[in-house]
Design a protein around this ligand. Structure first.
Ligand code: NAP
Length: 291
């Protein structure tokens, strides 16, 4: 079993981005600038946004953090997005999801200028991806592809099962794995909550990508011997032995699945770190597109 080390890879990628930023600065070109909007004070979202901003600083980007109250009106959020769309100093921006229930998420995603949509959620960017001409790809699936590429994992002709069909993870993941690319060219099945006999699919998968949001759902009897296991899930579960009172686990029961796998991502230290790298790579791309 080989651990797909998101920590090591992300350090490599952040270093590559930082070197490109140095070059940009030396050439007196525009320094990449990412803005992040956070609505409300959900603990997990705060942690994600803080980590994104911290990593911007690490690679030499400029960053702007916009915090709005949980009861902010949809109109005010749309106006904030419009300001960022029109601000030529901002190359890309994200609105951290999930949003409070009174705000229509798709209305918000649709309002972001596609050329600044570094999360890759806008229908224009999703359309480009579906057509095999990706511009900004959703950060998590993009991070998984980068991981498969850098570990030189053979995906061509392999049977890939993607568990979950969300717009931000499962669906774009399945599209990417099925495209005529390297990595890619897999034969893909998408499973979801209405799939019958899930185990019939998971236990045949050469590559199993799990994004269902259920802690330690995948057990060893559900996976094929020698499979590549990508665990996108991330959950805090109570653990009295930890000072914090919790530990992080994925959608896969790591301890029992790992010995059966050929490659596996840990949680933490796997896909999550790759997601942040993808966001920064997209932001750098947005800046370079403006040169
Ligand atoms: P989501 O929007 O809740 O989607 C979950 C998907 O899983 C849905 O398509 C759902 O099916 C399916 N599902 C739920 N229960 C199932 C079951 N028992 N069997 C088969 N399929 C089932 O979640 P998401 O946003 O894609 O995120 C998934 C997980 O990844 C979460 O743990 C999230 O925290 C994590 N995540 C991590 C990162 C990262 O950077 N590491 C980034 C994003 C998300 P239906 O469509 O039928 O409801």
């Amino acid at each position: 079993m080989i651990l797909l080390d998101g920590k090591k890879l992300s350090e490599e990628i952040l270093d590559e981005i930082a070197k490109k930023v140095d070059k940009i600065k030396k050439n007196n070109k525009k320094v990449p600038h990412l803005a992040a909007i956070l609505v409300g004070n959900d603990g997990a979202s705060e942690t994600y946004v803080a980590s994104k901003v911290k990593n911007c600083e690490k690679v030499g980007f400029n960053s702007t953090f916009i915090r709005l109250d949980a009861d902010v009106s949809e109109q005010k959020l749309l106006e904030t997005i419009q300001d960022l769309n029109e601000n030529s100093d901002i190359d890309g921006f994200i609105v951290q999801l999930p949003l409070p229930k009174h705000i229509n998420e798709s209305k918000i995603t649709d309002a972001i200028l596609p050329s600044k949509d570094v999360d890759g959620f806008h229908p224009t960017n999703v359309g480009y991806l579906a057509l095999g001409n990706p511009k900004f790809v959703s950060a998590t699936p993009n991070g998984v592809m980068e991981m498969l590429k850098r570990y030189d994992i053979d995906t061509e002709g392999k049977y890939c099962v993607v568990l979950g069909r969300s717009n931000i993870v499962g669906s774009p993941m399945a599209i990417l794995m099925s495209k005529n690319t390297k990595p890619g060219n897999a034969t893909v099945t998408v499973c979801h909550s209405k799939t019958r006999n899930l185990i019939e699919f998971t236990s045949k998968a050469d590559i199993l990508i799990v994004a269902i949001g259920k802690p330690e759902f995948i057990t060893s009897n559900m996976v094929k011997e020698g499979a590549v296991i990508i665990d996108v899930g991330i959950h805090r579960v109570a653990d009295a032995s930890k000072k914090s009172g919790f530990k992080l686990v994925g959608d896969v029961k790591f301890d029992e699945v790992a010995p059966k796998s050929s490659y596996i991502t840990p949680v933490p230290g796997g896909v999550g770190l790759m997601t942040i790298c993808s966001l920064l790579q997209n932001t750098l791309k947005a800046t370079e597109n403006s040169f």
